[in-house]
Structures are given as C-alpha cells and as structure tokens.
Design a protein around this ligand. Structure first.
Ligand code: FDA
Length: 309
C-alpha cells in the first residue's frame, strides 16, 4: 500500500510543486544523487572510476511539454558528451524519451535521439534509452528501432514487470544485445503489469536467462546486456547461470543506482564483473525520488530523519 501511495504521489502535481521547496526533502535526496549539476555527477563518477567502476549519467526530468525544452535537453547532453570526451572517465549517458519530445512529436523525439547518438558516436560514447510508463513502450521501441537502424551505439531498457516484455525482447534481440533489463519502477495496472514481487522476480530471471543464452552464443551487437538491479539474490542467480553457460564475467554488465548497495558494487567489480553505476542529477528530481522511495519504503526514514534534523 505504501508503495502504491508513493507512486501515486510521484504523479501528483501539487506535491511535486511543494515538496522540493523544503530543505529536509532536498537533503534527503542527496542519499540518491550527489547534486543537481552535471559537475556533481561527473565528480562522483571520478570517485567511482578510481574504484574501477564506470558510470552512466542522466539528467532528471520527464514529460516536457514544449519542443524547445526537448531541444534544450538535447543540446545539454551534446555538451555533456563533449565534456566527458575531455575526461578520463568511461561515462555514458541515459535519456528519457519524454524528455526529448516523445509526448509532443514522435518524429522530433527520433531526430533528437539520432542527433545524440551521432554526438556520442563522434566521441566513441554510448546512449542508453530509459523505459517509462507502459503507454510509451510501443512508441519508445519504434523510436529505438528507427535510431538503431543507423546507430549501433544505442541501448534500450526493458521492464520485466510488463506482460508484453518477453515478446518485446524477442523482437529487440534480433538487432541488438544492448538491452538493460530492469524490474520496472512505475505504477501500472494488473492488465499490463505483474503485481506481485515474487512473480516479477521470476519474470526477471526468465528474461535474464534468455539474454544470457544469447550472450553465450558470442553474438554481441552494440554492447553487452546489462542487468540493472540491486537484488543480490537475483544477481547471484544471474552470475551462476552465466558461469554454467560458460560466459566470462566481463561479457555482461551489472548496473546499479548511485548510493544503493555501494559495498556490493565494489565487491562485484573486485570479482571481475563489469559494474556500472547510474548517477542522476538535475533539479527535476521529485517523481524520480518518489519512485526510489517506493522501491524501498524504509527509505522514508531518510526523509523523516531529515525532518527531525
Ligand atoms: P527490488 O526492488 O526487488 O530490490 C531488491 C533490494 O535492493 C531491496 O531489498 C533493497 O535492499 C535494494 N533496493 C532496491 N531499491 C532500493 C532503493 N531505492 N533504495 C535502497 N535500496 C534499494 N526502471 C524503469 O522502469 N525504467 C528505467 O529506465 C530504469 N532504469 C534503471 C537503470 C538502472 C541502472 C537501475 C539500477 C534501475 C533502473 N530502473 C528503471 C529502476 C528499476 O526498475 C527498479 O525500480 C529498481 O532497480 C529497484 O528494483 P531492484 O531490481 O533493485 O529490486
């Protein structure tokens, strides 16, 4: 119930307007992001690089309502890619389609994505595309297919909780192995998404196994698959399955969010796995922060402690 309430709050415009004004909320957010500016994310990336952990950075924000806002986002990321090129960091970018105009004009979103893939290709970098609410999945896959036709340096996130995802994976895997598998972070109804955690976990494992079997054939297109989860039980099952299939530790990625399971990030990296940490930045953090709280309602304590503080 608490998860549903937090996910409901993530879509509430009044709370979205009010909460970020409070100091305690801004402070609590720092548990999950190093700061609102891209420099904060790059500085945190530098510390992780020193520990042998590459990163992927994302500017928070979604559902832009003006094409010009999406153009600003595209130009921002193009600048960021140029900045990264001047650093030693192995840092990719991850973008949300609705931040690049998917809600307003699909063709424009595709153009924005292509432009970013071009910018990234010029500096040998890579663009991940996030998956948002289920109502965007068809359009996001269509946009991805369109970009993927001309660019191999793009990868797409898929969500295990959606009933449709096994079919989507079979479609995507024909053209790419650059797939980031997540459980899914949004509030979705039972007709589109699995509701019980246990069943989502099983769905995740089936999809992960399918991705690993493809990896075992030695066919890597674009980039290796990424298992984005903090679920240690799941990751143990994945690494065991990979070992049984004879897949080397560095033939797939483990991705986690900044600030979550830090010790485990390091432990996997020290064991020779490719670990990548996603670092968020930006001022539009409210819905994203609510989703992080919903993933682990115990995180509400950070908020409560900061109110008390
Ligand atoms: P699960 O929720 O079962 O958690 C397993 C354990 O991990 C918990 O018991 C807890 O210990 C720890 N944990 C999980 N979340 C935590 C949190 N917020 N704070 C503290 N501990 C936590 N989703 C989506 O719909 N579209 C997307 O594009 C992406 N992109 C993405 C990229 C990357 C790199 C990651 C890691 C995740 C995403 N997600 C996402 C989010 C994803 O769908 C999912 O909501 C979160 O990863 C939480 O689920 P877990 O797989 O970690 O498992």
């Amino acid at each position: 119930m608490l998860r549903s309430a937090l996910l409901w709050a993530s879509q509430n415009k009044t709370i979205a307007r009010q909460l970020p004004n409070y100091r305690f909320a801004r402070k609590a957010v720092t548990r999950f992001m190093p700061g609102e500016n891209v420099d904060d994310a790059l500085r945190a990336g530098e510390l992780l690089r020193a520990q042998g952990i590459p990163t992927v950075i994302t500017r928070l924000g979604e559902n832009v309502t003006e094409a010009s806002e999406a153009d600003d986002v595209r130009m921002h990321y193009a600048d960021v890619l140029a900045t990264i090129a001047g650093l030693k960091q192995e840092t990719q970018i991850s973008v949300k389609p609705t931040q690049l105009a998917l809600d307003i004009d699909e063709a424009r979103c595709v153009d924005n994505l292509k432009s970013l893939a071009d910018s990234a290709r010029r500096v040998g970098n890579f663009v991940w595309i996030d998956m948002e609410y289920s109502s965007y999945v068809d359009r996001t896959i269509a946009a991805f297919d369109n970009v993927r036709d001309q660019h191999s340096n793009v990868g797409l996130c898929i969500q295990a909780y959606l009933h449709r995802t096994p079919k989507d994976l079979e479609h995507l895997i024909k053209s790419t192995t650059a797939i980031r598998l997540v459980k899914g972070a949004y509030r979705e109804s039972a007709d589109v998404a699995i509701q019980s955690k246990k069943d989502v976990d099983e769905a995740y494992m089936k999809l992960a196994t399918r991705l690993l079997e493809e990896t075992a054939t030695g066919r890597e297109v674009g980039a290796p698959p990424a298992f984005a989860t903090h679920d240690l039980n799941m990751l143990n099952r994945i690494t065991t399955t990979a070992r049984n299939l004879g897949i080397p530790n560095d033939a797939f990625e483990i991705q986690m969010l900044y600030g979550i399971q830090r010790n485990e990030q390091l432990r996997f990296a020290q064991q020779g796995y490719r670990v990548r940490v996603l670092i968020s930045y930006g001022s539009a953090w409210f819905p994203w922060f609510m989703r992080r709280l919903a993933e682990r309602p115990a995180n509400l304590w950070f908020l409560v402690k900061n109110i008390a503080g």
